[in-house]
Design a protein around this ligand. Structure first.
Ligand code: T3D
Length: 264
């Protein structure tokens, strides 16, 4: 039997998915996309899973599309049909990560390049090892940022930095990425796993439905006016106010005990 392309591990309410093609820096093949999608859906289907962590095996996080993958094969005109690869693999992946009912942490253990970088940036929280780096590698091979990069980058770091990173394709250290607000935190390599675990357990104990709604409301408010954002908040808050977790949160506060959240 060949090695799984995505390793799955469970630690209480935390499910960790490890991209597992270390010899090619966990670059994406069509087959790895299929395994990753299945592993994500299995995590969503398991009510006991309340936080997802995504990381890479070996010294890299993910080097984007595997440039040797036959999945990139020629379209009807005999030329590589990169658009089809994006529609088939990256668009569904990026959309799903953004609509998960539970929080998702990218534990960036090493280099994150091309679609691998933007895949990480699309996660809710990015924790990176100090030795890790982020590279918008696309311009070096005649492409534009994908896997959500054109939308994410200017929103996270502003237009000037987005264009600088995307056009130069320069390597950004995890420390610089944290300084410019591109990621949540950069931590010492030796502390990455433990700090990610602590954060994942913390998020897993929180009200998942409210966390997923927080992501949704912030994303919806991004292109909206102030008045529209206030309406989005009223709508989402109205839904959450009727949910079990709000009743539990208030009851736990009043009874001076720890809450037990269950909504998804
Ligand atoms: O169809 C489509 O293309 C659509 C989707 C596009 C999305 C994209 O992601 S486009 C961008 C694709 N990614 C890249 O262009 C990055 C290519 N990789 C690199 O530039 C470098 O590998 C890194 C800067 C990421 C790391 O450099 P370094 O020096 O630490 O490692 P290395 O020696 O270059 O790589 C180690 C091995 O991984 C090496 O294999 P070898 O020689 O030991 O057998 C290398 O070929 C392999 N590898 C790294 N990235 C890829 C890869 N193999 C296939 N595809 C890769 N993307």
């Amino acid at each position: 039997m060949s090695e799984p392309l995505v390793l799955v591990a469970t630690d209480g309410p935390v499910r960790t998915l490890t991209l597992n093609r270390p010899a090619a820096l966990n670059s994406f093949t069509g087959a790895m996309h299929v395994e990753l999608r299945a592993a994500i859906e299995a995590a969503v289907a398991d009510e006991a899973v309340r936080c997802l962590v995504i990381t890479g095996a070996g010294r890299g996080f993910c080097a984007g599309q595997d440039l040797n993958d036959p999945d990139m094969g020629p379209g009807p005109d005999g030329k590589p049909d990169v658009g089809a690869v994006i529609e088939r693999n990256y668009r569904p992946l990026a959309l799903r990560i953004r609509t998960l009912p539970i929080p998702v942490i990218a534990m960036v253990n090493g280099v994150a390049a091309g679609a691998g970088a933007n895949f990480a940036l699309g996660c809710d929280v990015v924790l990176a090892a100090r030795s890790a780096s982020f590279i918008q590698a696309f311009s070096k091979i005649g492409l534009i940022p994908d896997c959500g990069g054109t939308w994410l980058l200017p929103r996270i770091v502003g237009r000037a930095r987005a264009i600088g990173l995307a056009m130069t394709g320069d390597k950004l250290s995890a420390e610089e990425a944290a300084q410019m607000g591109m990621i949540w935190r950069c931590v010492d390599d030796a502390a990455l796993a433990e700090q990610t675990r602590a954060l994942a357990l913390k998020l897993a104990a929180m009200p998942s439905r409210a966390l997923a709604a927080t992501r949704l409301a912030i994303d919806e408010a991004m292109p909206a006016s102030y008045a529209e954002a206030l309406s989005i908040e009223a709508r989402v808050q109205g839904e959450l106010g009727r949910a079990g977790d709000f009743a539990e949160g208030v009851a736990a506060f009043q009874q001076k005990r720890a809450p037990v959240f269950k909504d998804r």
